[in-house]
Design a protein around this ligand. Sequence first.
Ligand SMILES: [Zn+2]
Length: 62
Amino acid sequence: MPSESRTKPRKCPLCGKPRDEAYKPFCSRGCRDRDLNRWFDEDYRVPAEQAPDGTMETDRYD
Ligand SMILES: [Zn+2]
């Protein structure tokens, strides 16, 4: 069965230009950096996921 998704041109999600393989899924380093900065701005203070206290031993063979 043929895959139609192969024929669809992939575009830069930021500006819509054809993306560059080197910077996929973006078209250029500029767009990639823009997206990267956006992530840093919005999610910079992501709370570090802490392991539940004292429950490391889940496998117990009694
Ligand atoms: Zn772009």
